[in-house]
Write a protein that binds this ligand. Structure first.
Ligand code: TXA
Ligand code: MG
Length: 317
């Protein structure tokens, strides 16, 4: 776990333009000073991430929204009051302070205030907003524990261990248009929860002028061995005795080599918390492939199914 002096050392790394992997409530982030383009460039290098995929900027105070964006939109204050600190990222028009490399040249920037004491203290002590993607190699599994970070990014300048992520999947990302908000990435904060604060409005595809979210790729979150979503594109020649099962229901678990029960309490929230850690364990085990049972596609289940489909995408037959 993290000691206060470790946070200070990590903050000094950020000030010097180095990279720090740090805990948030969703997943671990790979952070750099968001206002230092050279430091941010190193994130893309270490992650092997294409530079067309923009980063989220993490803040610890609402004052930073004013500095990083050029918006007077009252909806931002309403959303912040309800959901920040927390797993919601809001895409807003960026100010000139934000280097282009952070936003991949887009005129907008994604902002979020993480709900984790270590992350907030790191941002405060660094004295700058922190740009951070999830701390994994591009396209691979997201880290919910410090050891997941060391596995994929052993060369990071500093790693702060803040224990297991309490939410377990990435933040919900929304954009705002004249009539309402749209969801760019599903997370544990659901459409219904946000709609209780501001209206939802999906801009028709034909009216969209530019690509809104270049990072929303079809293939993502992939473990280092095949993963198949059951009932969809499942190969006929699957041998259960060589397979690891990701089980939500706890039913039909017989004969698998390994079973990861995602939510003993049957709660989708618990499933989200355990999802990536369970896939990491199956990746490290000697099962040949992973079978994932679909979860009910409502509420948080929408985000979970999105992750599973993206993880399985490249293994479709
Ligand atoms: O929970 C999270 O959001 C975690 C933690 C570390 O905060 N971060 C995270 O970052 O998931 P990353 O880089 O793995 O995913 C960020 C996503 C990308 O798919 C990117 O395309 C999208 O956010 N994004 C960032 N800035 C954007 C912008 N200006 N417009 C549209 N999409 C944006
Ligand atoms: Mg990511």
């Amino acid at each position: 776990m993290t000691s206060p002096s470790e946070i200070t050392i990590a903050a000094n790394h950020i000030k010097e333009g180095k990279l720090v992997a740090f805990p948030t409530e969703t997943v671990y982030g790979l952070g750099a000073n968001a206002l230092n383009p050279h430091a941010v460039a190193r994130i893309f290098e270490l992650k092997e991430r294409p530079t067309f995929d923009p980063l989220i900027v993490h803040i610890a105070s609402l004052e930073d929204v004013k500095k990083l964006t050029v918006t007077e939109d009252e909806r931002v204050n309403k959303l912040a009051a309800r959901f920040w600190p927390g797993p919601l990222t809001i895409i807003l028009p960026k100010s000139d302070l934000v280097p282009d490399i952070v936003t991949s040249g887009l005129k907008t920037v994604g902002i979020r205030m993480p709900n984790h004491p270590v992350a907030l203290e790191l941002i405060r002590q660094s004295g700058c907003p922190i740009a951070a993607p999830s701390a994994n190699k591009f396209g691979q599994l997201s880290p919910t524990q410090a050891k997941h970070v060391s596995k994929q990014l052993p060369d990071v300048d500093f790693l702060l261990d803040g224990g297991k992520a309490q939410v377990g999947i990435e933040s919900t990302i929304i954009s705002l248009n004249e009539k309402g908000f749209e969801i760019l990435r599903h997370g544990v904060i659901t459409r219904e929860e946000i709609e209780a604060i501001i209206p939802f409005y999906a801009v028709p595809e034909r009216d969209k002028t530019n690509i809104v979210s270049p990072g929303m790729l079809k293939s993502h979150y992939s473990p280092g061995k095949p993963i198949y979503l059951m009932n969809e594109n499942l190969p006929a020649d699957i041998d259960k005795t060589k397979a690891g099962l990701l089980s939500f229901s706890g039913k039909n678990t017989a004969n698998y080599q390994m079973v990861e029960l995602l939510a003993p309490d049957k709660e989708l929230r618990t499933c989200a918390v355990n999802l990536f850690a369970a896939i990491h364990r199956l990746e490290e085990s000697n099962v040949e492939y992973i079978l994932a049972e679909p979860v009910p596609e409502t509420g948080i289940g929408i985000a979970i199914m999105d992750k599973l489909r993206k993880a399985a995408y490249r293994y479709q037959r």
